[in-house]
Design a protein around this ligand. Structure first.
Ligand SMILES: [Zn+2]
Ligand SMILES: [Zn+2]
Length: 398
């Protein structure tokens, strides 16, 4: 019988190997759909660890390692998916670490180097122990940062080629204490959508306003009015964010010309489809009618991004239960607010049940994700890898 508290101990025996892999990937970050070197390392390591099959080139650079249980697999058994993301961000590193990025303008500032390494650790353990019935699919995806690598793998037949019944993934969390993990039932991350607003008026002389339809005045009212969506239309117990993040109007060294047009872009964050639909409807009403009231024409273009990451009840509770053995009963946080960031693991959770977990790395002197001085904390590798492996074993006890 497996013992989850011993899994991370077993993985800790190859902690130094895993740390070397993590730092090598960190030095050589690769951006969305260009993770060829990283994918090659993953495929090479999986083969060396003795997994049954390694499949590459799924959804671009995605890799799947297949590990079958020694206690039977195939018909009548279950299949667990474990996921890591491999891509970096297009930003410059300022850590001055000995293993800092060698690719100018690219950096592992979200810790995906660590996620890839932890899943390799889990694969190494599972391929050796095989103390389960069923199959574990270790899924290494491209392009999590904004370019939907998870969806690309699905569109390339991930679930038909690998019949995953239940899916788990994790992310390092500099907002959760080191040595702890957090998981909750329901929303973990928000839907992250983009909005583009255009207000078209009639430009003209800034000193003769009676002859123009001022789109800047209309835009000012639109910006103010759309904040009423979160404060007056959303249920106060729900969370809705509408942010205008950039605008373009007129020419800075021309002080006396009212422009013809104002453009704005921003983001909308919601946790529920109903809230998202409400925001789309209210935005359209406010932009079109407010602009019209000022003699301009307003248009909104709503571009859906990643859906909200919604944990399934059974799987979130199972992850917490296994986590109590791995991290210690007092180190599993289930009372935590969801986060308004986006995450494309959400596509997997819309397709099959599963859970997304935060592994804490908050401590003195540590930087947030997407910061030029951020670094993944190698100390969390054994517990993160151990958690994934132990969850798979727990699911596949037959
Ligand atoms: Zn990120
Ligand atoms: Zn990330």
């Amino acid at each position: 019988m497996y013992n989850p508290s011993k899994v991370s101990g077993a993985i800790a025996e190859f902690h130094s190997d895993l740390t070397a892999i993590r730092r090598d990937i960190h030095s050589n970050p690769e951006h969305a759909y260009k993770e060829t070197r990283t994918a090659a390392i993953v495929a090479e390591r999986l083969t060396a660890y003795g997994v049954d099959e390694v499949h590459t080139g799924i959804g671009g650079t995605g890799v799947v390692g297949v590990i079958r249980g020694a206690r039977g697999h195939g018909v009548g058994t279950r299949n667990v998916g474990l996921r890591a993301d491999m891509d970096c961000l297009a930003m410059s590193e300022e850590t001055r670490l000995p293993y800092a990025s060698k690719n100018q303008g690219y950096m592992h500032a979200c810790g995906h180097d660590g996620h890839t390494t932890m899943l390799l650790g889990a694969a190494r353990f599972l391929a050796k122990s095989r103390d389960f019935s069923g199959t574990v699919y270790t899924v290494f995806q491209p392009a999590e940062e904004g370019l939907a690598g998870a969806k690309a793998m699905m569109d390339d037949g991930l679930f038909t080629r690998f019949p995953i019944d239940v899916f788990y993934g994790l992310h390092n969390a500099p907002w959760v204490p080191l040595g702890s993990m957090a998981v909750r039932v329901g929303a973990m991350m928000a839907a992250a959508d983009r909005i583009e607003i255009t207000i078209e008026g009639k430009g003209g002389h800034g000193g003769m306003p009676q002859f123009v339809s001022d789109p800047i005045l209309a835009a000012a009212h639109v910006i103010t009015a759309i904040q009423s969506i979160a404060s007056r239309n959303a249920d106060p117990a729900d969370s809705v964010v509408v942010s205008i993040c950039a605008m373009e109007a007129g020419v800075m060294n021309t002080y006396n010309v009212v422009p013809r047009e104002v453009k704005m872009v921003g983001t909308v964050r919601t946790y529920r489809k109903e809230a998202q639909a409400m925001v789309i409807e209210k935005l359209k009403l406010i932009v079109e009618n407010t602009a019209a009231a000022f003699g301009s024409t307003g248009r909104v273009n709503f571009i859906e991004g990643y859906p909200a990451t919604i944990n399934h009840k059974r799987e979130a509770e199972l992850a917490a239960e296994v986590g109590r053995s791995v991290f210690g009963p007092e180190n599993v946080i289930t009372e935590i607010f969801p986060n308004t960031g986006g995450e494309d693991f959400s596509y997997f959770l819309e397709a099959v049940p599963g859970a997304y977990i935060w592994v804490g790395q908050q401590c003195e002197g540590n930087f947030p994700i997407h910061h030029p001085k951020y670094d993944f904390d190698d100390r969390i590798i054994p517990n993160g890898a151990g958690l994934l492996a132990a969850i798979a074993q727990h699911e596949l006890q037959g």
